[in-house]
Write a protein that binds this ligand. Structure first.
Ligand code: F6R
Length: 607
């Protein structure tokens, strides 16, 4: 969701800005722009559509200081006039991610003071505010004064036409990091944009403002006090953000799941037993006190939480509630200080999940655990305990490997709590460890079904709706399958617990409504088979994703995808894979933009 790149160097920074924007494309955007400072002037180039168009338009633009942006529209339509950077009086240029909540009042005030607005965005007020303070102050101080007037969330980059070697950047509620080079410095929304120039990175903290110069940089905290922040060496490498042999990032990321799972489970699978310490040193004192679990997350991460509820209640015998973060944050709830609040997030920056975490803390929850894919993200930093999924960067907007690694992490949480609560015998622990070690190769076997799934996808391409059914542990997997299909193929898809079918959705079933059923060989299989009969009896076409010994036979109107194994409690992980592939191949047939589906953004850093 919106991306920022900025650079100050002794070389033309335009290729760096453009390359950085290309790396941020995955976040989702509808327009792009850049500005460079040269000979005391600002040169701005903007375009709607892809960064490639901006690249063409900026072929003759040069400068050693610049900021650039990909915009995902919030205030104002996607259009060139609303694209960033926004200028004030041809002197100040600003790029911004986030939302300024009090922009209307600020805009009215600035209007009254003679400032003219040329866009519908909230960002333009920032440019004018900085300009209004700049006559009497340095760019740093003018920016700090402007920020003090803002209510809302932001990551910003600022340059001034008469300040050829300096850029100011700041963050509050939206991610931003500083890249440290040799006599050149950079800022960006995430590391993938900076790998082209440096691996040395400073993760800016909430409220930080940084003055970035050629030779050095100075960081000021939320109180305006100069602070030192550690320089980290990023572990990301360019290969992990390259497409390689695959057609799309989503396809690559689906295929990376065996490795992502092996990496996430590495520390546990290499040991002989499960210990709380994998969640951080404090887990040893926190976990024994925990009486219940509250899981908070959005979208796909929320589905992972829903699966975990079945595991936690059944295996660990611990009461578990799962809530959508955007609902929980505005609900008056009763806190139990002995509840462990678990947030699940790929990005660690999702605004609603972060706000829900803070809301939980304010209502009296002290025990917090983040399950996250980005180590330095806000959600991880603000939680007491953490378990990192090691999925590597996920570029495709539709979450795939992040989801299955979240499930693996949540299964570990279940086992550690089950053991602490005396519900896991050492034989059972060894059995589960064995199953976890086997998981990557079991996933590989499911991936080998790709050609069959590609064939099945042909039945879906001309449909407008689809129904997904699952029961128990696999109901959230049906939800996830439906979400994947709607996100990237734009086919309307709904998921139901199969037992709910005759309470309403059966009315929709006819030959034009494909019904996908997640059918593992578990205790609910016989009940599910009856539900499938109900569909067949109404002329519905069934697509059954079965596993070993499910014994459902191909027949007219019943298409079976036979998976090779049944993975017991880990079955939701295996059953996710064919649903991801189905969505992918249906989207290919429909020719949609698989990695950047319309209207969606990767990191939802605004409410
Ligand atoms: C769907 C998807 C989203 C995210 C959601 C939460 O494919 O990717 O539903 O799961 O926006 O994002 P994170 O996990 O980064 O908090």
């Amino acid at each position: 969701m919106c991306g920022i790149v900025g650079a100050v160097a002794r070389r033309n920074v335009v290729p760096i800005l453009l390359n950085g924007l290309l790396r941020l494309e995955y976040r989702g955007y509808d327009s792009a722009g850049l500005v460079v400072v040269r000979d005391g002037k600002l040169t701005r180039v903007r375009s709607i559509g892809r960064v490639a168009e901006l690249e063409q338009k900026s072929a003759n633009t040069h400068g050693e200081l610049g900021i650039a942006h990909t915009r995902w529209a919030t205030h104002g339509m996607p259009s060139e006039r609303n694209a960033h950077p926004h200028l004030s009086c041809d002197l100040i240029a600003v790029v911004h991610n986030g939302i300024i909540e009090n922009y209307e009042a600020l805009r009215a005030d600035l209007n009254a003071r003679g400032y003219e607005f040329t866009s519908d965005t909230d960002t333009e007020v920032i440019a004018h505010l900085i300009h209004s303070h700049y006559a009497q102050n340095s760019l740093l101080v003018a920016t700090q004064m402007a920020l003090a007037q803002l209510v809302g969330a932001y990551a910003i980059g600022v340059v001034a036409a008469d300040n050829p070697h300096q850029l100011i950047a700041a963050r509050k509620g939206s991610p931003l990091l500083l890249g440290v080079g040799e006599s050149e410095h950079f800022v960006a929304s995430d590391m993938s944009a900076l790998l082209q120039v440096t691996k040395n990175v400073v993760y800016l903290e909430e409220g930080d403002v940084v003055e970035v110069n050629l030779a050095d940089y100075r960081i000021f905290d939320v109180q305006g006090k100069a602070v030192k922040r550690a320089v980290h060496v990023s572990e990301l490498n360019n290969d992990s953000v390259e497409l390689g042999e695959y057609q799309h990032y989503m396809q690559k990321e689906i295929h990376e799941q065996p490795q992502a799972l092996a990496d996430t489970l590495e520390s546990v699978c290499n040991s002989r037993s499960m210990v709380p310490g994998i969640f951080g040193a404090e887990a040893n004192t926190v976990f024994p006190q925990v009486e219940s679990i509250l899981i908070l997350a959005c979208g796909t991460s929320h589905h992972a939480g829903m699966v975990a509820r079945y595991w936690l209640e059944e295996l660990a015998g611990i009461q578990c509630t799962v809530e959508i973060a955007s609902e929980y944050r505005y609900r008056t709830s009763v806190a139990n200080p002995k509840t462990l609040v678990v947030t699940i997030s790929q990005s660690g920056e999702t605004a609603d999940t972060l706000a829900a975490l803070n809301h939980a803390k304010q209502t009296g929850h002290e025990f917090t655990l983040a399950i996250c894919n980005v180590p330095e993200s806000a959600i991880v930093r603000q939680s007491k305990l953490r378990l990192m999924t090691r999925a590597g960067p996920e570029i495709g907007v539709a979450s795939t490997k992040a989801f299955t690694t979240q499930l693996a992490a949540l299964f570990l949480l279940t086992l550690v709590l089950a053991k602490l609560r005396g519900r896991l015998s050492s034989e059972r622990e060894q059995q589960f460890l064995h199953e976890l070690r086997h998981l990557p190769s079991a996933v590989k076997k499911v991936l080998a079904l790709e050609p069959q799934i590609a064939e099945l996808s042909k039945y879906f391409a001309d449909k407008h709706h689809a129904l997904f059914l699952g029961r128990g542990l696999h109901y959230p997997i049906a939800l996830e399958g439906a979400l994947k299909l709607k996100e990237i193929s734009y086919i309307h898809a709904e998921a139901y617990p199969a037992g709910e079918l005759k309470h309403g959705p059966l009315a929709l079933v006819d030959k034009d409504m494909p019904v996908v059923s997640v059918a593992p060989n578990d205790a609910l299989l016989e009940k599910l088979k009856s539900n499938l009969q109900e569909v067949r009896a109404r002329g519905g076409e069934l697509y059954v994703f079965a596993d070993a010994n499910t014994h459902i036979k191909e027949a007219e109107g019943i298409h079976i995808l036979q998976m090779p194994e049944h993975a017991g409690y880990l079955s939701p992980i295996l059953h996710t894979i064919p649903l991801q592939l189905l969505a992918y191949y249906v989207a290919l047939q429909k020719g949609t933009d698989v990695d950047k589906p319309r209207n969606l953004a990767k990191s939802v850093t605004v409410e």
